[in-house]
Design a protein around this ligand. Structure first.
Ligand code: CO
Length: 134
């Protein structure tokens, strides 16, 4: 069902510092920062030859990554994103197998303008999983 690894997301408190690490220390191509108020994050994408790294910083009150950063002050891996061809079919299959979809269970438009949803970490080896329809 899942296809390519679309990105690995890393939550950070200091986005400028994280950009400097990836752009200057690691020598990667880094996008401009984009605010996504509906997701409560500011994102920067690091383009790698085979995948992307998504750097996430909290935006506004009640950001979904604020609690994560309280527990991980230096930042850390927040989620992995796998590509699927049909997010509705994937969701139905996962729900029928007892997996939990976060939120209202409906895909939302994610950072790339494509439908995404998130799966409960307890059902997926302790890792928050994002599915993105490509
Ligand atoms: Co993501």
């Amino acid at each position: 069902m899942i296809g390519k690894l679309n990105h690995v997301a890393i939550a950070v408190a200091d986005l400028d510092k994280a950009v400097a690490v990836y752009r200057d220390t690691l020598g990667a191509n880094v996008s401009a920062a984009t605010d996504l108020p509906e997701h409560g994050v500011t994102t920067v994408f690091v383009e790698l030859p085979n995948t992307k790294i998504e750097l996430l910083r909290p935006l506004g009150e009640n950001s979904p990554i604020s609690r994560f950063l309280e527990k991980n002050a230096d930042g850390g891996i927040h989620h992995v994103c796998y590509e699927v061809d049909d997010i509705t079919a994937a969701t139905e299959k996962l729900l029928s197998q007892g997996a939990r979809v976060l939120g209202d269970g409906q895909p939302r438009i994610g950072a790339h303008g494509k439908p995404v949803l998130f799966l409960h970490p307890k059902d997926f080896c302790g890792t928050l999983v994002e599915l993105e329809q490509v």
